[in-house]
Design a protein around this ligand. Sequence first.
Ligand SMILES: [Fe+2]
Length: 253
Amino acid sequence: MVANSETALSVDSCSKCGGPVKDQPFAKTEQGYCCESCYLEMQTTKDWQQERIKTETVLAEVLASAIDLREHETGLHSKRVACHTLELARQCYPNDPELLRQIYWGALLHDIGKIGIPDAILLKGGPLTESEWKVMRTHPEKGYQIMSQIPDMQVAADIVFSHEERFDGSGYPRGLAGDAIPWGARLFAVIDTLDAMTSDRPYREGMLFDIAKAEIQRMAGVQFDPEAVELFLQAEPVMRRMVSLKCGTAVIP
Ligand SMILES: [Fe+2]
């Protein structure tokens, strides 16, 4: 709280409740001056929201690692792509923590729908048949159905729904093209390919960053939004460092 000695300022009413502020304890907030009771209520709400965000993030990360463990050896793929996508998104929306969190959660839970894909298809060693592919291609929609049940997760749910789309419209499940694909999903697509190419697989070692970078540039305008590729190139030093560290941590806004 700001001491009442500063009430020489021309503050008459609380910016929140409109009640009198003059000659009472008051506080300066981003919205203006407010009375003590509104200030205390705001602080409680803020603490509660931060706790909620922390819990949601931990739950989402645990869920993502469970999905990864089913398909990937390390269980860190989802966390890595989420951190790298968040890093790119930060360049576009440095002052929008809510949107950044949605993009992080969307990237983190992109494959949540695979929970509904049978092991015989998801873990099949050889190439999938056309009918198996048909089942596999349902995972973005299955993921969307799961995510859209969570309150206030619409942006993240849309990223999950659209994460297999391609800029030229040849992706799935809806064949969206260009701007019709959510921006977070267009950023994610670049990062997913970067991670897939630079990660070790049971049958090959991870490729060099420069090989993945050349492929991403080659597919600009086809698989990837050229603007997302440009953003990736601008962030090359940090992307390169994250890939070399196999980084799977980020400061969540
Ligand atoms: Fe996927």
